[in-house]
Ligand binder design. Structure first.
Ligand SMILES: Cc1cc2nc3c(=O)[nH]c(=O)nc-3n(C[C@H](O)[C@H](O)[C@H](O)COP(=O)(O)OP(=O)(O)OC[C@H]3O[C@@H](n4cnc5c(N)ncnc54)[C@H](O)[C@@H]3O)c2cc1C
Length: 397
């Protein structure tokens, strides 16, 4: 037991892990930090079954300023250019080095490697990682929130960070509602190996049913380039694609992306799910703050979900640090609410931009059709517009 204030983070996804490792390192010896995760995902055996996250330039800069980047950089793949195009229409844009001023726009890192690195940092920072246990009861009406684990253990917290994912049970037990946009598109995620050149280029293709994104992956044992692919389509198409054998699936994939990535030679396991957008109506309650997918689950079209969480974690890190010099840390709802105020416009902009991008070409209207192609052509010509789009991708606000 300790008389230090107790921060409890529920959910050891990437958002919970990053906050735990940052705050655990920064406030080691002043703040007791616990991280509760019911089951960390196991690292896949096959390099074609991994999942990956694109980190924006501003997320990379943040991780570098916290001293996290040297551990991650050897496993990260730079994205120098992003090629944006549209299925069976004129118009494409290359967001290139001229916009990014010689710096990569972002980096791709495999989730298993990011998770392992953050978990290692948590353990070195003496974060109490409670693995394999689930929070089954939660009460925040009392002066200090109480959590009950599935082994019967009771934990009292001075501040609870709710990072338990899109369908957050803790959010529900606080009675916080959500804005939910039912799925219009359905995703298929998988990795793909090709015989093309390994060129540090990401591809975003807007099809009639939603975006198709190819993110270049760091090299593995094979000499061939690997991509992490997210293919968004309407429900019936997604269901049909999921039923195809690998050969027929790759043939449809090839006809959709063309030859810009080379010939698809092999794919890993496919996973499919509906792309709902779930936004919490509140992010702060008495001694509780929502983080990550529990606060905002956005469309993966522009790879923004975790990057938004990195910016939230930076804001939370500042707030938690300031609270530590107060007489009663985390006791004032007014002070905690500064997090909601500070993050509101960033949340609104990111949610609107990703929703708009995901729907831009998913409408059979001649007006939208014409506008869509014109927008892509303009994007390739107009430097200020291109710069703005690039800045959004890089996480600048
Ligand atoms: C296909 C796809 C691609 C993406 N690509 C990108 C990208 O390129 N760039 C980007 O920025 N973002 C991307 N995102 C978004 C990004 O993955 C998420 O924003 C990020 O992983 C943060 O998730 P999280 O930690 O908030 O939630 P989750 O990953 O859902 O983690 C929640 C955790 O809480 C645990 N949990 C739940 N309930 C309990 C409980 N009661 N007790 C204990 N533990 C509990 C769960 O086991 C889980 O591990 C992508 C998302 C998808 C789906």
């Amino acid at each position: 037991m300790t008389d230090q204030p107790h921060l409890v983070i529920v959910g050891g996804g990437l958002a919970g892990l990053l906050l735990a490792s940052r705050v655990g390192e920064r406030l080691n010896g002043q703040l007791q930090v616990s991280l509760i995760e019911r089951a960390f995902p196991k690292a896949p055996q096959d390099s074609l079954d991994t999942r990956a996250t694109a980190l924006s330039r501003s997320s990379k800069e943040r991780l570098a300023s916290w001293g996290f980047w040297p551990d991650l950089e050897p496993s990260a793949k730079a994205i120098n250019d992003i090629h944006v195009s549209r299925q069976s229409r004129f118009g494409s844009a290359l967001l290139s080095d001229d916009v990014f001023q010689g710096e990569p726009m972002g980096w791709v890192i495999e989730n298993a490697l990011l998770q392992a690195s953050l978990l290692d940092r948590c353990k070195r920072a003496e974060v109490d990682v409670i693995e394999g246990r689930e929070v089954v009861d939660f009460s925040a009406t009392v002066s200090r929130p109480e959590l009950v684990l599935d082994d019967g253990r009771e934990i009292k917290a001075d501040l609870v960070i709710i990072a338990d994912g899109a369908e957050s049970a803790l959010r529900q037990s606080l009675g916080i509602g959500v804005h939910r946009r039912a799925a219009v598109q359905y995703a298929i995620a998988f990795n793909c190996e090709t015989d093309g050149e390994d060129r540090a280029v990401a591809y975003e293709r807007f099809t009639h049913q939603g975006p198709l994104a190819f993110l270049p992956l760091p090299s593995s044992g094979s000499s061939r380039p690997r991509y992490n692919v997210i293919w968004c389509a309407h429900q019936d198409t997604q269901a049909r694609l999921l039923r195809l054998n690998d050969r027929d699936f790759m043939s449809e994939l090839q006809s959709m992306i063309g030859w810009r990535v080379g010939k698809a030679t092999k794919i890993g396991q496919r996973a499919g799910w509906p792309l709902s957008v779930v936004i919490s109506r509140e992010t702060v309650r008495h001694r509780c703050i929502l983080l990550g997918n529990a606060a905002h689950t956005v469309h993966p079209v522009a790879g923004q979900g975790f990057n938004l969480s990195v910016r939230d974690i930076h804001r939370l890190d500042g707030l938690i640090h300031r609270e530590m010099s107060c007489d009663a840390p985390f006791g004032s709802l007014k002070r905690l609410s500064s997090f909601a105020l500070d993050s509101a416009s960033d949340h609104e902009q990111t949610i609107s931009a990703t929703t708009l991008l995901s729907q831009l070409f998913d409408t059979p209207s001649p007006l939208i059709d014409g506008f869509g192609s014109a927008a892509l052509s303009l994007l390739d010509m107009a430097q200020p517009v291109k710069r703005r789009v690039a800045e959004f991708g890089m996480g600048r606000r």
